[in-house]
Each structure stands twice: as structure tokens, then as C-alpha cells.
Design a protein around this ligand. Structure first.
Ligand SMILES: NC(=O)c1ccc[n+]([C@@H]2O[C@H](COP(=O)([O-])OP(=O)(O)OC[C@H]3O[C@@H](n4cnc5c(N)ncnc54)[C@H](O)[C@@H]3O)[C@@H](O)[C@H]2O)c1
Length: 418
């Protein structure tokens, strides 16, 4: 079996950490148990391009339990957990192509290895496999059942491909499930981004000014958690509705250039480009800490920062300190790549439980509906989304009310008034 991981001897540690994560993934465990019995993915070759974390390890094992022939590569050069990559190779016979810190060149070699697996299904976090299929391997399309996509930025790229008329197979936008973006993006990114900033810097958040770029699902989670740590939080936005929500949630709202002048920390999570640019660097205080938790490393204009700097140091792992001409220091975390995966461990397992139950059910859905789905981007049916939420509630020991027949009738009729 071909694979490319940092050190196969890390496997035992990776296996233990994968088991630890699994305890917090009861919904995925139920899917796993059913997959063992029903084998819905029998005979399916599946290439996954995801953050190679312990939660992803549990998803890969579930897909294998369902009968799939799985290959995994990284969806980001800095997010791989090398021990987990080794564990999947050594204990589960899953070919993994992922090394933390791999160069862009190696990253794309690993994408090619995933495409060479001749997948019937691709599973993406950021649409890199689908891009690879459309740019280099259109020969794979006739035998493809479709693809699944994990994140907001990937869904945006896929919708652009569909609008261009080039996306000629179905893709399930897992991010569009309520049990994904309402929980993973908000609570997962919220907690793990703060975790990443703290692990990289060990700087106190209480009493500091913390600027959050965006007020979407991820960024509102970050704002909420930063406030919980005692920071004074400022939000920047381009969407007036989201900006208004932020204002009414009690945050100060202002343009980035003004916020940059006040910030001790700035974290972006917008999916947009150059949210922090040269004018913002020029406005920043000495010692400002900046990071990104959006999918691609384009949110901070790092090349502008390089040009404005006379020196670059590395005072700690995951911190690049840029010295400007006037002596001010700007600290960039994790090379501008998603900080929650670069310097921490990504989302807690309990939220990935639902995201990855969605992924497993999405691959089963593609197999069951082979040839029936139109080309383009689809959401998973609402019943599956609700089923995942119901299973999660049950696992958390929470019961809820059930509509009575009278209430059901009332909610579906218009005749009754005051
Ligand atoms: N770090 C992670 O683990 C993780 C997890 C999930 C999603 N993501 C990524 O995070 C990014 C955001 O995802 P989301 O689900 O929150 O998206 P979203 O669409 O809900 O929110 C993005 C917000 O950013 C705002 N925005 C866009 N350009 C801006 C600008 N120049 N300045 C200020 N605000 C701007 C938008 O108006 C929107 O409100 C995406 O790239 C997504 O793929 C990361």
C-alpha cells in the first residue's frame, strides 16, 4: 500500500487520541454500527480531502465499516495531525497522504494521489478534489457518483463552478445542513479558534480589545467566546444585516481600519480576500496579534505585510513577528492559515460528530441516488438533518416535547385566529 505520512511510529499515540475523540462522537458511532450491518458503501472507492484530525480518523473508519475503499489526503498543509495519519495507515490500512507543514508542491502531489485512487465519490473540505477532477481528471467523471463538501468556502467555489456550467456531477453541500453550520461553524470554530490563539501566544484575553472580521456563523462564534474570556469585542462586516445583528448583540461595529488602530487581537473568518490589508497594518498598535480562521490563507494580505517590514522573527512556534520601519511589531499567527487547526487541534469532537454524521449519510445518499440527482449543488434532505439532531439530543440525555395532533393541525391550517 502506498502512503505518505511523517512517521509511522507515531501510530500508537494517534490510535489512542482517535479513541479519545470517539467517546464524544455518539451520533457517528450509531451510523458506524448501522454501516457495519448494512454495508451501504460496498464496492465504492472514496477519496477524502479533509483536515487530517482524530475526528476525521473516526469518519474514515465509519466509511470503511460501510464497505468503502477509502484514501485520505490533507485539505490544508498545516492542519494534519501526524500521529493520526500514521494510525490510519498502521491500524486501519487506509492510505493517507498528509504531512503537517508539507510544501504547496507536496500538498498538490497528495491531491493527485487522491485522484489516482479513481474515486466514485470525492469528499472535500474546500473543493480541491473537485477542482482537480474538473481541471486535470475529467476522465473520472463518467464513473463518479458525486461529491460531498464540508465547508462554506468550498460550497461557494462549487456554486461558482455550477454557475459556469462546468460542474457536471451532483455535490452534497454538507455545510448547508443545519446540524453542520449552526454548530460546527459557530461553537466549534468559536472554541477552537480561541484555543489556537491561546496555544500560539499564551497571552491574556481579559481586558484586551479583540477584533473579529465578519459576523457569519464562524465569526459570531469567535466573537461570543472572546467576549466570554473578558475581551472587549469589535466586529467588522460588509453585510448591513449581519453588522446590525452584531450591534444589537452588544458589540461595537466599525470599519477594519478604525478597529485595527484599537486592536490587541484581530481574527478574521469571512471566506473573503485581504480583509486585513496594508492600510490596516499601518494603523495597528505595536504588538498587535493577527490570525485567520477562514478556510484559505488569503484573508490577511501577508505579501503587503512582508513588503512593509524590515525584519521577520519567530519568537514562538506559530508566531511570525514582523518589524515595521518605525519599530512597531505585528505578530502573525499560523502563517495566516486557519489558526484553530494550525496551532490547536481543530474543532472539539462533539461538534464534528454531527458534521461527520452528515458526511457519512451524504456518501450513502449519493450511492442510493446514483443517476437520479441533477448536476450541481444539493443540500441533504431535511429529514436526515433532523434525524441527526434528534440522535444528538438523545445522546446528550435531552428529551423534547412532541407536537400533539391538535397542535400539528393548528400549525398546518389558517382558519383558526384569535
Ligand atoms: N476554522 C475552521 O475550522 C472553519 C470551520 C468552518 C468554516 N470555516 C471557514 O470560515 C469562513 C467563514 O465561514 P462562515 O460559515 O462563517 O461563512 P458566512 O458566510 O456565514 O460568514 C462570512 C461573513 O463574513 C462577512 N464578510 C465577507 N467579506 C468581509 C469583509 N471584507 N470584511 C468583513 N466581513 C466580511 C460576510 O458578510 C459574512 O457575514 C469560510 O472560509 C469557511 O470555509 C472555517
Amino acid at each position: 500500500m502506498k502512503y505518505d505520512v511523517k512517521d509511522i511510529n507515531l501510530a500508537e499515540q494517534g490510535r489512542k487520541r482517535m479513541e479519545w475523540a470517539e467517546q464524544e462522537m455518539p451520533v457517528l458511532r450509531l451510523v458506524h454500527e448501522r454501516f457495519v450491518k448494512e454495508r451501504p458503501l460496498e464496492g465504492i472507492r472514496l477519496s477524502a480531502c479533509l483536515h487530517v484530525t482524530t475526528e476525521t480518523g473516526n469518519l474514515m473508519r465509519t466509511l470503511v465499516a460501510g464497505g468503502a475503499d477509502v484514501l485520505l489526503c490533507a485539505s490544508n498543509p498545516l492542519s494534519t495531525q501526524d500521529d493520526l495519519a500514521a494510525a490510519l495507515v498502521a491500524f486501519d490500512n487506509i492510505p493517507v497522504f498528509a504531512i503537517k507543514g508539507e510544501s504547496n508542491e507536496v500538498y498538490y502531489q497528495h491531491i493527485i494521489a487522491a485522484l489516482d485512487h479513481n474515486p466514485h465519490i470525492t469528499m472535500d473540505d474546500g473543493a480541491d478534489l473537485v477542482s482537480g477532477v474538473l481541471k486535470q481528471r475529467t476522465d473520472l467523471i463518467p464513473s463518479m457518483y458525486g461529491s460531498t463538501e464540508e465547508t462554506t468556502t468550498g460550497v461557494i467555489r462549487l456554486k461558482a463552478m455550477a454557475a459556469d456550467g462546468v460542474l457536471n456531477f451532483p455535490v452534497i453541500a454538507v455545510n448547508d445542513s443545519d446540524t453542520k453550520h449552526l454548530f460546527d461553524n459557530r461553537y466549534g470554530t468559536g472554541q477552537s479558534t480561541i484555543d489556537g490563539v491561546i496555544r500560539a501566544t499564551n497571552v491574556l484575553l481579559a481586558g484586551k480589545t479583540f477584533v473579529v472580521g465578519g459576523y457569519g456563523f464562524c465569526s459570531r462564534g469567535i466573537a461570543e467566546r472572546a467576549r466570554g474570556m473578558g475581551s472587549n469585542v469589535i466586529v467588522t462586516e460588509v453585510d448591513p444585516v449581519r453588522a446590525l445583528e452584531a450591534a444589537m448583540d452588544g458589540y461595537r461595529v466599525m470599519p477594519m481600519e478604525q478597529a485595527a488602530a484599537l486592536a490587541d487581537f484581530i481574527v478574521t473568518a469571512t471566506g473573503d480576500k485581504h480583509v486585513i490589508d496594508a492600510a490596516d497594518f499601518a494603523a495597528m498598535k505595536d504588538g498587535c496579534i493577527i490570525a485567520n480562521s477562514g478556510h484559505f490563507n488569503v484573508e490577511i494580505d501577508i505579501s503587503a505585510l512582508e513588503k512593509m517590514s524590515v525584519e521577520k522573527r519567530q519568537p514562538r512556534a506559530f508566531v511570525d513577528q514582523y518589524i515595521l520601519q518605525d519599530g512597531r511589531k505585528i505578530n502573525l499567527l499560523g502563517e495566516g492559515r486557519l489558526i484553530n487547526l494550525a496551532s490547536a487541534e481543530g474543532h472539539p469532537s462533539a461538534v464534528m460528530d454531527m458534521s461527520f454524521a452528515n458526511q457519512a449519510l451524504a456518501s450513502e445518499f449519493l450511492v442510493k441516488n446514483k443517476g437520479k440527482l441533477a448536476h450541481g449543488v444539493h443540500a441533504l434532505p431535511k429529514e436526515l438533518d433532523r434525524e441527526i439532531a434528534a440522535l444528538k439530543l438523545k445522546a446528550m440525555g435531552l428529551a423534547i416535547d412532541i407536537l400533539t395532533p391538535e397542535q400539528d393541525h393548528y400549525l398546518n391550517s389558517w382558519q383558526e385566529g384569535t
